[in-house]
Design a protein around this ligand. Structure first.
Ligand SMILES: *Cc1c(COP(=O)(O)O)cnc(C)c1O
Length: 470
């Protein structure tokens, strides 16, 4: 791919940052902003250079950064992707066709699912699943507060009520033990997220669903190739939803997929995502049995995905090995606690490498200052999500007349009273993320990350006293 094409792709991602919000910004900071922020840090006047003196001083205090080299860039593409796109262009068929069908069957066999339906993006996969399952006004859906906002938007768009279950702070996942107490006679769905590519506690979640007769849909948008007890996540729920958005481990700029073993449900999903029209070969083409929208994947996306998929397993292995090494290194640093994986999680996709930061072990250095100091050392890291259950978009949705008609005031008042997720609130103040692309380089990169954290810790007593971190 030519440099200019690559730049254009990057610009597209950059331009998407503000539009897409946080997940988009991860891409920028993790892969595109890395070089820039390092340069910015290096150029920054050393406000407290006097206190440094040695080469071991924090970069923020005028010392030498641990690294200047950027982390691996993303996306990864070569002639394989270029050829695939050129073939689509020349074929003259740009909308859903053979490439999409080929990708669907490849993704189904990769995951072990009976069916795969490709969609325009991950949000579409969620919306299509919920619509095909008949989730609608008046229904309640159990959700985690620690997720990308799309999980909750899909529920609100169905005019269903998202009911937040607190987070298990050790794993960053929905706390499966707290689901049952929030179930009412209106609860129609449990929608766990495999956050960061690690698996939510599926045993407990599926057990509650079975006992209470409630469907489970997995938001596996961050969890390509992740496994629970040796089987791919996304194949346990009634459906599993995936995203192939630019930041995700499998990337076609935008893209999504639904996995299901249910023959009838996949046809309902198909019709919904195809403006009510069924597959041509079923004779269902112009009979409109269900409502729908156009949420189809294009041939371009599918061709890119098929090419990208040839890299997926190897990239996953690299992330896995690097993450294991990083966990070993970071676990030795007081005040740094890597996210724990449940025993049932036999493979983590490491879309995010997540840990908790305890400021009290860093001389009280606030997390934001810790992140700034890390960035100066050449290690870009993120603070992650804010508490979704407290965001104004919820009350905004509830204030719409349709919502007020559907939900009795008493229910919404009860919802407000119950909408407390203290563990999640705490997690949102302590979390630190490294994006998946930082795990794609050599093992030495993990040493650099750990060294930078140790260096910031050693400099923390000085850093708290300077203005450089504010
Ligand atoms: C990315 C993501 C989505 C939405 O996927 P898009 O392809 O961006 O629409 C949904 N849920 C989670 C957890 C995600 O990370």
């Amino acid at each position: 791919m030519s440099t200019s094409t690559r730049e254009t792709l990057r610009d597209d991602i950059d331009a998407g940052v503000t539009r897409r919000g946080f997940i988009g910004s991860i891409v920028a900071a993790g892969t595109l902003g890395a070089g820039r922020s390092i340069n910015a840090a290096v150029r920054q006047p050393a406000q407290a250079a006097a206190s440094s003196g040695t080469s071991n001083a924090a970069a923020l205090l005028g010392g030498t950064p641990v690294r200047r080299a950027p982390f691996p860039s993303w996306p990864v593409a070569d002639a394989k992707e270029e050829d695939a796109l050129v073939r689509v262009i020349r074929s003259g068929r740009w909308n859903r066709g053979d490439n999409v069908a080929a990708f669907e069957s490849a993704y189904a066999s990769l995951t072990g699912a009976k069916h795969c339906l490709a969609t325009a993006n991950g949000t579409s996969a969620l919306i299509t699943s919920l619509a095909a399952l008949g989730i609608g006004p008046g229904d309640e859906v159990i959700v985690p507060p620690y997720t990308f906002v799309a999980t909750i938007n899909a529920v609100l768009l169905m005019r269903a009520l998202p009911v937040f279950v607190d987070t298990d702070i050790d794993t960053f996942q929905i706390d499966s033990r707290k689901i049952e107490s929030l179930i009412t006679d209106k609860t129609k769905l449990i929608l766990p997220v495999h956050l960061g590519g690690s698996a939510a506690a599926l045993d407990g979640i599926l057990d509650v669903g079975r006992r209470r007769g409630i469907t489970v849909v997995e938001d596996a948008c961050q969890a390509h190739l992740a496994e629970w007890r040796g089987r791919k996540v996304g194949t346990y729920g009634k459906t599993g939803c995936f995203s192939f958005q630019a930041s995700k481990n499998l990337n076609s700029g935008e893209g999504g997929a639904i996995l299901t073993d249910d023959d009838e449900l996949v046809e309902n999903c198909y019709r919904f995502h195809n403006n009510s029209r069924g597959r041509r070969n079923t004779g269902d083409d112009f009979s409109y049995r269900n409502t729908g929208a156009n949420l189809r994947m294009t041939e371009f996306q599918a061709a890119l995905l098929s090419a990208q998929m040839t890299r997926l397993e190897e990239q996953a292995r690299t992330r896995d090995a690097n993450a294991a090494h990083l966990t070993k290194l970071l676990s030795q640093i007081p005040g740094i606690t890597p996210a724990r994986m449940y025993a049932g999680c036999t493979r983590n996709a490491y879309h995010l490498y997540m840990f908790r930061y305890d400021a009290s072990r860093f001389a009280g250095l606030p997390r934001a200052a810790f992140l700034k100091a890390l960035a100066s050392e050449g290690i870009p890291a993120q603070a992650g999500y804010t508490p979704l259950n407290k965001q104004p978009f919820l009350e905004d949705a509830f204030s719409a007349s349709g919502f007020r008609t559907i939900y009795p005031k008493a229910r919404l008042d009860q919802w407000r009273a119950q909408n407390e997720c203290p563990q999640n609130d705490r997690l949102c103040t302590e979390a630190v993320w490294l994006v998946q692309t930082m795990l794609l380089g050599p093992r030495q990169d993990m040493e650099d990350i750990a060294e930078a954290v140790r260096k910031v810790q050693a400099a923390a007593p000085q850093l708290v006293k300077t203005t450089a971190v504010r």
